[in-house]
Design a protein around this ligand. Structure first.
Ligand SMILES: [Zn+2]
Length: 389
C-alpha cells in the first residue's frame, strides 16, 4: 500500500491573492529577517488583513534551524494562539513552521521526537500554509523536517505525513529578484530531488512523470534564470514551478544517496544544501549504475534527448549534462572546488560518512554503499574524479 500526498497547490501570477479566500482569525507568520527586509512579510500581512485575519510574526528563523530556535517559535505560537501558521521563506522557514506547528498542537512532543508512525492529531488548533521564496527545496509540498542538532553538529530529520502543508502558494513574484547564487544553489537542489525521486528504490508510477517534467524544466530554465536575473520572468516562474513539482515528486518517492551525503556535508562544512547535494549527484549516479540492481538513468537521458543506447551510456550522458549545467551556473563540481581543504576533508571524512548513514536516504539508493564504499565515493568527489568502481 502506497500513498500520494499533496497540499492544495496555488501557482502562477497573483497566486498570493488566494489568501483572500481563506477563513480564520489569526495567523502566525514564520520567517526570517531577510524576508522581512524584502517587504514580502508586509505583502502577506496586507492581504491577510483584507481577509480579516490578524498576523503576528516570528521572524527569527535561523538558516538550518536548531531545536532551540523552533522551540522559541513554538512559544510564540502558544502565546498568540493562531488558527493558521504561515511558513514564508526558503526551506529553513518552511521546515521551522512545520516544527512550530507540531509543537503548538502537541506540546508533549520535543522537536526531535516526531516520527512518522501512529497518529499525531494535528489540525485541532491550526493549519499550515507554505509560501516558498526560493525555487528549490520543495519544502512546501513535503512533510520531512530537517533540524540541526547544534551540540552534535549533525542534522536530524523528523516529521510525520500529517504535517504536510494544507496549502502551498507558489507565487512567482517572490522569486523574481532571487540572487544568482541562490538561484543556482536551490535550482541544483530541485534537480537532485527530481533525479533521485526517479531513481531511488521507492520510485513509483505516480511520481515518475513529475520527476521527468521537473528535470526537463530545470535543464531548460535554470541557466536562463541564473544568467538573466529579474529580466526573465518566464524562466523564474518555470523554475518556481519546477521546484514545487520536484518536491511533490521526491516527497512521494524518496531522495537517495546524494541527499544522505549532502545533508552530512552541510552539517560539517558551510556548504549550502542545494550546492552540496547537486555536487554529490553525478558521483552517486556513477556509483549506483555500477551496482547489481537495475537503474533508470537511461530513461531520464532519453527524455532529455541525450545519447542513451543502454543504461551505462544513459547514465554517462546524464552525468555529463549535470556537470555541464553545474558549471554553467557557477557551481563547484568537486569538494575541493567547494572550498574544502584536503586536511579538513581527511579529518572529517569518517564523521561525514557516519552521519550520512543516519540519514534514511542512504538505504533507498539502488546501490547501497557500505562504509568503505561511501568513503571512496567522497574521495572521488573531493578530487573531482569520475567514480569507476
Ligand atoms: Zn534537497
Amino acid at each position: 500500500m502506497w500513498f500520494f500526498r499533496s497540499p492544495e497547490i496555488v501557482f502562477g501570477e497573483d497566486a498570493l491573492d488566494y489568501l483572500l479566500e481563506i477563513q480564520g482569525s489569526k495567523a502566525l507568520i514564520v520567517t526570517d529577517q531577510n524576508i522581512v527586509a524584502l517587504g514580502f512579510v508586509e505583502q502577506v500581512q496586507a492581504i491577510l488583513a483584507k481577509a480579516g485575519i490578524g498576523a503576528a510574526l516570528f521572524a527569527e528563523v535561523e538558516p538550518n534551524p536548531s531545536m532551540e530556535n523552533v522551540q522559541r517559535g513554538a512559544e510564540a505560537a502558544r502565546t498568540y494562539g493562531p488558527d493558521w501558521i504561515v511558513g514564508l521563506g526558503g526551506g529553513s522557514s518552511i521546515d521551522a513552521a512545520k516544527s512550530i506547528w507540531i509543537q503548538y498542537e502537541r506540546p508533549d512532543l520535543a522537536p526531535d521526537e516526531v516520527a512518522p508512525m501512529g497518529t499525531l492529531g494535528l489540525r485541532q488548533k491550526a493549519r499550515l500554509i507554505a509560501i516558498p521564496t526560493t525555487s528549490g527545496t520543495g519544502a512546501e509540498t513535503t512533510w520531512p523536517i530537517v533540524l540541526t542538532d547544534t551540540a552534535e553538529r549533525r542534522k536530524v530529520s523528523v516529521g510525520h505525513p500529517e504535517n504536510i502543508p494544507d496549502i502551498a502558494i507558489v507565487e512567482p513574484a517572490f522569486v523574481r529578484q532571487l540572487p544568482s547564487q541562490i538561484t543556482a544553489d536551490t535550482g541544483m537542489d530541485a534537480l537532485t530531488h527530481a533525479v533521485e525521486g526517479y531513481t531511488s528504490q521507492w520510485y513509483n508510477d505516480f511520481a515518475d512523470g513529475l520527476c521527468l517534467k521537473a528535470i526537463q524544466l530545470v535543464f531548460d530554465y535554470l541557466p536562463r534564470a541564473y544568467e538573466s536575473g529579474s529580466s526573465d520572468p518566464e524562466a523564474r516562474e518555470k523554475m518556481h514551478n519546477a521546484a514545487t513539482i520536484a518536491g511533490l515528486a521526491f516527497g512521494n518517492s524518496m531522495a537517495a544517496m546524494a541527499h544522505g551525503l549532502g545533508h552530512s556535508l552541510g552539517a560539517l562544512f558551510p556548504v549550502p544544501h542545494g550546492r552540496a547535494v547537486g555536487l554529490f549527484l553525478p558521483y552517486t549516479i556513477e556509483f549506483t549504475v555500477r551496482g547489481d540492481m537495475p537503474t533508470r538513468y537511461a530513461d531520464i537521458s532519453r527524455f532529455l534527448g541525450l545519447p542513451a543506447s543502454d543504461e551505462a551510456e544513459g547514465a554517462a550522458s546524464l552525468v555529463q549534462a549535470i556537470r555541464d549545467l553545474a558549471r554553467r551556473v557557477g557551481q563547484p563540481t568537486s569538494l575541493q572546488e567547494a572550498g574544502i581543504s584536503a586536511q579538513d576533508f581527511e579529518a572529517q571524512l569518517p564523521k561525514l560518512v557516519d552521519n550520512a548513514f543516519n540519514d534514511s536516504t542512504m538505504v533507498v539508493s539502488l546501490r547501497i554503499p557500505d562504509d568503505t564504499e561511501a568513503q571512496k565515493v567522497c574521495r572521488y568527489a573531493f578530487e573531482g574524479k569520475a567514480v569507476d568502481f
